[in-house]
Ligand binder design. Structure first.
Ligand code: ADP
Length: 239
């Protein structure tokens, strides 16, 4: 479906490439990440698994340009994310990345549709076009009837749908999700698992970090497991 088709990276190049990536916090403790090599091709849904403290969020933050490695390189969609200055990094997140968090991070003062429109406004998309896209996304994600509602009135599962719609607004090459089902009950979690699996089936490249093995089973085309900041397992998941 063209609506969700990601921007493709140049032929043969992975969409995401981490080379020898390390992240230390300089307090004499063990590094959060230690020499991680990882490639993600366009169209994959990669689930990063591992125990608490194994470096999953750090990895996601490095890919999103929210943090910088202390060693190695992070390339996404042809951009050296680890070398971007603050303004370029914000532009990168706005134009190429969609971010989904455990606790949604919606603005409760804005309506659902205005939350979803926000990334388009920041990117300067013409208003009519942005409204059209927001309406399509709300429809596709089954939350069109809440367009004028404030997110605080919605259930967790509905809020996460709004957050996913917002993340998709600018047609990101890469959707990043940090424990997207972590705050949801079982039924709402199922809805979000199916939603993410459907987006990936439609061509959206996704990297998610999670403890949720059901999410990995529903969505991931591949899983990697981190332990103590290292990749200890990298495996495809049978469809
Ligand atoms: P996970 O997401 O797998 O739970 P994290 O990436 O959050 O793991 O953390 C990996 C390691 O880095 C942990 O030991 C954590 O305590 C440490 N860490 C994360 N953020 C910071 C920080 N800002 N300052 C110091 N240590 C940190």
């Amino acid at each position: 479906m063209t609506m969700y088709a990601p921007a493709q990276s140049a032929d043969g190049r992975p969409l995401v490439e981490l080379r020898e990536v390390s992240r230390s916090y300089g307090q004499g403790g063990p590094p959060a990440l230690a020499g991680v090599d990882l490639r993600v091709a366009a169209g994959e849904c990669l689930a990063v698994l591992g125990p608490s403290g194994s470096g999953k969020s750090t990895l996601l933050h490095l890919i999103a340009g929210l943090d910088r490695p202390t060693g190695g390189s992070v390339t996404v969609d042809g951009l050296r994310v680890d070398r971007l200055g603050e303004a370029a990094s914000a532009r990168y997140r706005r134009s190429r990345i969609g971010l989904v968090f455990q606790f949604f991070q919606l603005l409760d003062d804005l309506t659902v549709v205005d939350n979803v429109l926000l990334p388009a406004q920041l990117a300067g998309l013409p208003r009519a076009e942005a409204r059209r896209r927001a309406a399509e996304l709300l429809e596709r994600l089954g939350i069109a009837r809440y367009a004028g509602t404030h997110p605080g009135r919605l259930s967790g599962g509905e809020r996460q749908r709004v957050a996913v719609a917002r993340a998709l607004m600018n047609r990101p090459a890469l959707l990043l999700a940090d424990e997207p089902t972590g705050a949801l009950d079982s039924a709402a979690g199922d809805g979000v698992r199916e939603l993410l699996a459907g987006l990936n089936a439609d061509g959206q490249t996704i990297v998610l970090v999670t403890h949720d093995l059901r999410l990995a089973a529903a969505c991931a085309t591949r899983t990697v497991e981190l332990v103590d900041g290292r990749v200890v397992r990298d495996a495809g998941v049978a469809a």
